[in-house]
Structures are given as structure tokens and as C-alpha cells.
Design a protein around this ligand. Structure first.
Ligand SMILES: [Zn+2]
Ligand SMILES: [Zn+2]
Length: 508
């Protein structure tokens, strides 16, 4: 969270007012292309936004979460402890409705009851015009586009277009750099589809959701499965809590060890029976009425799940035909056309930078559970085609890079990923162990470098920034070959973590 904030602070820093450096043409000659940044999912949604009576509906105000707690407790109690699967379903649905219900859209995918975000116009404060490119990052002009993440990305792209026009007028620049994080990429791709790339100098695409994510695909297609995923669960917990954290190492190693005797899988089997029994019902009532009404969330369903998800969620009902039309329009014109949209943009002069995290297990409830991710989005989707070894393994010593025409090596030194199969192997960077919303200072500096580099930066341009980098104490370092040391056994990890934890508590 802190890291996200630091990046947002960099973006949102209010720059001191400067007079516009206007050339004779009436255009600014400051040489600093303004950056329009389209953030990811999660802008607060209010009822009565922009008024005194505004109430947060997403994230829900504490009251709503507190109100849901008794139902969550009952769901867990009835489902897991007593084995009353029906009661589990009932209380799980009530809790979900209390937490998320107020953010739902109507059957056509439009907001209800005057809910929405607080839109912001770009202001002159956010751009300081200077003829000198300063080393001081605060001199750069950044504008953050606020949007309602529930809406159709196509609709948000129309608003983005208005916003970009305002930025251009305000700064007296004809060109902008367009950068997006996560869901913001569904809006940027829609923008490119609708309006083309004219006036866009560069696209800087961070952890992009333009191909969706298998987690949402699996949920919507109702292919959630937890059977046999004890080890994946351990890896995931380890990743979420941090590999260097002794508690998480201890828990993960313990889960793996217990899993060897089948206990974890036994619990997962039980959980799966409960899910099989109740998922249809919970999905029918929660997913269709809440998540399923949000076109912005439909854009997260990857192509390989899309038709199955529609069939499962809407069950052929006419009631949702307008919503389905919107979702289809985005899916079949933008999501499945991402590659051609980007290739065309590049051909007609827009430079491209793509950043993807890897070496973090995806959430182990999907069929893609061995996939690499940044916690949330699959590395293969974000990078537009990288081949990754199954999580925790390498591609193997005999592995040969799949595409060799360019003459470079595009396989990571740790043997985990092959970037030669990406749509843009020369412009796609990988950040090992970097979480979806982690913006450490090293990563921010890289983004800044990529934005300000004149022309197309490539993975060969700057020795400091090769194709595969690792985040180490906020800084970026090139990914190295794994050391030859033999990996610790679970028992060794458990013992060493316990010793560390005991030492820590004694120190306190
Ligand atoms: Zn300027
Ligand atoms: Zn190459």
C-alpha cells in the first residue's frame, strides 16, 4: 500500500505554477511531453458524489463491513464447522450483498441510484512548463484520469478523449504520453480502438489487464477448483506475505509439510464439496446481480473463458441483452484485437513500453494455478505472450528460446521466462517478485526513464534496465542465474523460521 502511495504521490504531486513557455506557434516549447495516467481498478464509488450527502459505496463504509461480519461468521460456522452447506450459501450471499451490493449496476450495466466517482478536470497546477528537463522528478507534468471502473471501458474511453483534449489545451502541447496501470489498460486500448494513436507519443503500459485475468475468468466461468492445490496455496501465501517474512516462510513450509501427509488436500476436498454444492447458487445470486452487472469487470474475463462465462452468468436470459451487447463489443473489438491495435499504433509512430511482474504464484483457485503472475494478473497475459515455466520450476537446461530471428537472448537468467514469444520482445520488461500494485522507488525511476527516453526505449538501450529485473529493497537489479546452493528443505525452513521468530520476540 505504501509503495502504491509513493508512486501516486509522485504522480499527484502538485507542481508549482509556471508560466507557459509558448513558442511563436502558440505551442509550448518546454520539451516535456505531458503524461496522462490512467490508474487501475479501485477509485472510490459514492452515492451522491460531489455533494454533502455523499456516502462511499465502494469501498463500503465501515458500517457495511461491520454489518456483514455476523453473516461471514455464520457462513464459516455452518459451512466449515457444521457442514450445513445450504446455510453457508445463504450467509455467504448475504455478506456479499452487504459489502458489494450498493456498487452494483442495473441490468444494462449502468450505475443506479446516483452512484459514481468524483471526476476531476486537469488543472494548471499539475503541469510546470520548463525549457529544461530537470533531474528533479517533480518538474514533470502528470495528469491522472479518474473514471468509474464499473463502466464499459468504451464509455470510459470517450471520457478519456475529452480529458486528453483538456490536457492538450491546458498545456499547449499537441502530444501526450499515455500511461496506464492494470484496468486502466482496458480504457487505453478502447481509446486506441475508437480514436487511433494520433497525438500519442508513447504508451507506457504497466501490469496491463488488457487480456483479462484468469482469476476473474475462472470465477465467471465457475471453474473454481481447490483440489490438489495445497502446495500452490503455500506458495501463494508465501508470496502474499513476503518471502523474507519468517512467519510466512513458516506457514508456507508447514502447509507443504502437512500437505505431504494429505491433510491439506483433505480439507481442500471438503471445501470443494461445499463449493460444488453451493457455488451455483452463490454465483447465480451474487455474481449475476452484483459483479455480473459491471461491464468494467466483464473486461477482465480472458478470451478463453469468455463465452463459457457468459453462458454461466446470464444463462441465456434476455434481461441482460444490453449489458451483453456492451461486453461483447469491448471483448470482440478491443480485447481480442489488442495485438493488432498495438502493432498499428507502433507502425504509425507511437512508442511502446510494456511492464509485467513474474515469479509470484497466481491465486490457486483457477485452472491456471501454476501460472506466474504479479499476484493478480497472469504474466503471459500482461506480457502478450511470454512463455513461463510452471511456477516454482525452470524451463530446463535443454530449453531453447522459441523465436531466434532477432539474434538476441530473451530467456531470463533464472531460466523461468522466455520473452521471445511476446508481441514486442524488444519493448517488454519483466519485474521479478514485483507485486501488482507495488511501485517501489527503483520501479518508479524505471518508469520515469521509459517515459522520458527520447524515442523507443528497448531492453538493450540501457544496461541498467535489461529485460529481466528483480526488485531488491525497492531497487531494481538485473535478474541473475540462481545460485547452485541446494534449496532448503521444508523442515530446515520451519526450524530456521522458528528460531528467527523466537529471537525477534526475545529482542522485543
Ligand atoms: Zn510544456
Ligand atoms: Zn530480440
Amino acid at each position: 500500500m505504501k509503495k502504491t502511495l509513493s508512486f501516486l504521490l509522485v504522480l499527484a504531486t502538485v507542481f508549482s505554477l509556471g508560466t507557459t513557455a509558448l513558442a511563436d506557434s502558440g505551442k509550448c516549447s518546454c520539451n516535456m511531453t505531458p503524461v496522462v495516467y490512467v490508474p487501475g481498478f479501485g477509485e472510490p464509488i459514492y452515492k451522491n458524489p460531489g455533494t454533502e450527502e455523499k456516502v462511499s459505496v465502494f469501498p463500503p463504509e465501515e458500517d457495511a463491513i461491520t454489518a456483514a461480519v455476523p453473516d461471514i461468521v455464520k457462513a464459516v460456522l455452518f459451512g466449515l464447522a457444521i457442514g450445513n452447506f445450504d446455510a453457508f450459501g445463504t450467509y455467504a450471499m448475504k455478506a456479499a450483498d452487504t459489502i458489494l451490493g450498493a456498487a452494483a449496476c442495473d441490468n444494462e450495466g449502468n450505475p443506479v441510484e446516483n452512484t459514481g466517482v468524483e471526476y476531476e478536470d486537469p488543472t494548471v497546477d499539475t503541469h510546470k512548463n520548463t525549457a529544461f528537463v530537470s533531474d528533479d522528478r517533480d518538474d514533470n507534468g502528470y495528469f491522472m484520469f479518474i473514471y468509474d471502473w464499473r463502466l464499459d471501458p468504451i464509455e470510459n474511453a470517450r471520457l478519456l478523449r475529452e480529458y486528453i483534449s483538456k490536457v492538450k489545451a491546458l498545456t499547449s502541447h499537441d502530444e501526450i504520453v499515455l500511461s496506464a496501470h492494470s484496468q486502466g489498460n482496458t480504457v487505453v486500448m478502447s481509446y486506441l480502438y475508437l480514436y487511433g494513436n494520433s497525438g500519442i507519443e508513447k504508451l507506457v503500459l504497466l501490469s496491463p489487464a488488457y487480456q483479462g485475468l484468469s482469476l476473474i475468468g475462472s470465477l465467471f466461468a465457475q471453474e473454481v477448483s481447490v483440489i490438489g492445490k495445497g502446495d500452490a496455496l503455500a506458495e501463494y501465501l508465501n508470496g502474499v506475505m513476503g518471502y523474507e517474512n519468517p512467519t510466512s516462510r513458516l506457514i508456507a513450509a508447514a502447509i507443504k509439510e502437512i500437505n505431504k501427509i494429505g491433510t491439506v488436500d483433505g480439507i481442500l476436498h471438503y471445501l470443494q464439496r461445499l463449493l460444488d454444492d453451493q457455488l451455483d447458487r452463490v454465483f447465480a445470486e451474487c455474481l449475476t446481480d452484483i459483479m455480473g452487472t459491471l461491464p468494467g469487470v466483464w473486461a477482465f474475463v480472458p478470451d478463453e473463458y469468455y463465452e463459457a462465462a457468459k453462458a454461466k452468468v446470464f444463462k441465456g436470459s434476455d434481461e441482460y441483452s444490453v449489458l451483453i451487447e456492451k461486453a461483447d463489443y469491448y471483448h470482440y473489438n478491443v480485447q481480442t484485437e489488442t495485438a493488432s491495435i498495438l502493432v498499428n499504433a507502433k507502425k504509425s509512430g507511437t512508442d511502446i513500453v510494456i511492464c509485467a511482474g513474474y515469479n509470484i504464484s497466481s491465486i490457486p483457485v483457477t485452472k491456471a494455478e501454476t501460472a506466474h503472475s504479479d499476484f493478480l494478473i497472469d504474466t503471459g497475459y500482461m506480457s502478450l505472450g511470454a512463455v513461463c515455466a510452471p511456477f516454482g520450476k525452470t524451463l530446463g537446461e535443454k530449453y531453447a528460446q522459441q523465436k531466434t530471428a532477432c539474434g538476441h537472448n530473451h530467456v531470463s537468467a533464472d531460466g523461468i521466462a522466455d520473452a521471445s514469444t511476446c508481441l514486442f520482445p524488444e519493448y517488454t520488461w519483466f519485474f521479478k517478485n514485483n507485486g501488482h500494485a507495488s511501485f517501489g522507488s527503483g520501479y518508479c525511476e524505471f518508469i520515469e526513464w521509459a517515459i522520458r527516453h527520447k524515442g523507443q526505449p528497448t531492453v538493450h538501450t540501457n544496461k541498467k534496465y535489461p529485460q529481466f529485473m528483480e526488485v531488491s529493497a525497492e531497487e531494481l537489479v538485473p535478474v541473475r542465474e540462481p545460485s547452485a546452493e541446494k534449496p532448503e528443505s521444508n523442515c530446515e525452513i520451519i526450524i530456521s523460521s522458528l528460531i528467527t521468530l523466537i529471537k525477534e520476540s526475545v529482542d522485543k
